[in-house]
Design a protein around this ligand. Sequence first.
Ligand SMILES: Cc1cc2nc3c(=O)[nH]c(=O)nc-3n(C[C@H](O)[C@H](O)[C@H](O)COP(=O)(O)OP(=O)(O)OC[C@H]3O[C@@H](n4cnc5c(N)ncnc54)[C@H](O)[C@@H]3O)c2cc1C
Ligand SMILES: NC(=O)c1ccc[n+]([C@@H]2O[C@H](COP(=O)([O-])OP(=O)(O)OC[C@H]3O[C@@H](n4cnc5c(N)ncnc54)[C@H](OP(=O)(O)O)[C@@H]3O)[C@@H](O)[C@H]2O)c1
Length: 415
Amino acid sequence: MACAKASILPEGIAVVSVAHHLQNPFPLMSTPEAGKPVYNVKNPCIAKVKRMFDLSGPGAPKHTAHYEIDLAGSGLEYTPGDSLAVQPTNDPQLVADTLAALGFSGDEIVKHPKNGTEVPIRQALIEATLITEIDNKLIKALVEKTGGNTPLAELSQPEKKEELKNYLWGRFVIDLLLEHPTAKFTPEEFMATQRKLNIRLYSISSSQKAHPDEVHLTVATVRYTSHGRARGGVASTFLAERVTVGETLIPCFVNHGKGFRLPEPQDETPIIMCGPGTGIAPFRAFLEERKATNAKGKAWLFFGEVSEKTCFFYKEEFEAYLADGTLTKLTTAWSRDQAAKIYVQNRMLEHAAEFWQYLEQGAIFYVCGDASRMAADVDKALHTIIEQQGGKSPEEAAAYVQAMKDAKRYRRDVY
Ligand SMILES: Cc1cc2nc3c(=O)[nH]c(=O)nc-3n(C[C@H](O)[C@H](O)[C@H](O)COP(=O)(O)OP(=O)(O)OC[C@H]3O[C@@H](n4cnc5c(N)ncnc54)[C@H](O)[C@@H]3O)c2cc1C
Ligand SMILES: NC(=O)c1ccc[n+]([C@@H]2O[C@H](COP(=O)([O-])OP(=O)(O)OC[C@H]3O[C@@H](n4cnc5c(N)ncnc54)[C@H](OP(=O)(O)O)[C@@H]3O)[C@@H](O)[C@H]2O)c1
């Protein structure tokens, strides 16, 4: 059995807590049906990766990979549009460096932050503490232990919130420890300054109709350098660097995204999917589902990445869907293949007349991916198309978009 129903977790697997990383607009829900296991944050499915491969090619500016998680025997069920919550562990080297900065051997016994059992502090740090972010409790302790002889004393004044945020940007717990060598902690004191390591959500990129015993993810590996140290995002580097196929246990559960759903297969409503970068994930799932259900209605996919040569994720699959009619139209935007950036919203505007036809035929417009810039820019392009093609004022276009939202024809899953 690849994925076990785990009410008592195997040794080394922590019960997880859900906090700020759960930014999904759709709430966590369990649907206990007779005889079906209910996996959730307290009772995750313990699964293993059965296959993984790079989606980005050599020379790509960032690494993105495809992960296939084995669900055989688990009873875990999902629908395209759902996301998978994954509980990662920390990088053991970062934990070793953090312990060295604390002057600990790693064998000191502390309470596991998630299940209260007594474990070596090394294990607690690997499994359950957010050593890549700074909690106010650590700042307060450092101010106290240095007698206020630290820039943190000034920065922790209420009016300095923004300066403190900037100071902490790109710093891990280890940085603050190294910057305050005179501040000494007991293991218990240190543990009391730490937040819990939470799950991360990933849009599911497969359909269970196509892969009954698998769930697929499409994940960009977060890597950067700050303050002279190479760093990684906890969960994305866990998947990319610390998971061994067929071995590493991965606690996970489904976060049901009820709002991000395909129309019924017999429904002729056209769909437009806009998913640059890892935003492609739910749309790969949608296309697999459409193929498996022989869905009617037109389907138009906008995909954008930095370069056609290195980042055309799932190219062969999408081309096959175009050939067999699962996908009606594929429009790509390669941002760095020419001097001026070309983004998905530029392509939407280039195809404004056809985009407007789709809208007037009642199309559902789905957007997934970057919330910080892409989603706002795509929204702006949508308004522009409605104004220009529909001959509407900005206010009328806004009302048109609002009507789309009210009718659940404009759905976004952005992060
Ligand atoms: C509903 C939903 C669906 C999602 N789907 C996907 C998906 O399909 N694929 C996907 O890849 N991701 C997806 N995400 C994002 C994913 O959940 C994680 O946030 C992402 O993988 C990063 O997690 P991490 O643990 O690797 O990084 P973390 O350990 O959380 O680190 C990220 C943090 O590192 C810091 N940071 C990053 N870059 C820099 C820098 N240059 N300088 C300084 N600090 C920096 C920032 O504080 C940032 O918040 C989704 C998120 C949500 C909410
Ligand atoms: N919270 C986190 O820790 C975390 C971690 C991973 C990802 N994310 C979010 O998820 C997003 C997705 O990351 P990703 O690696 O999948 O891809 P991405 O960074 O969104 O990049 C995908 C494509 O979108 C382009 N792009 C950049 N700005 C855009 C804009 N304003 N409008 C439209 N397209 C734009 C990029 O071009 P250029 O790069 O050439 O400009 C690239 O071609 C990230 O941007 C980030 O916001 C968050």
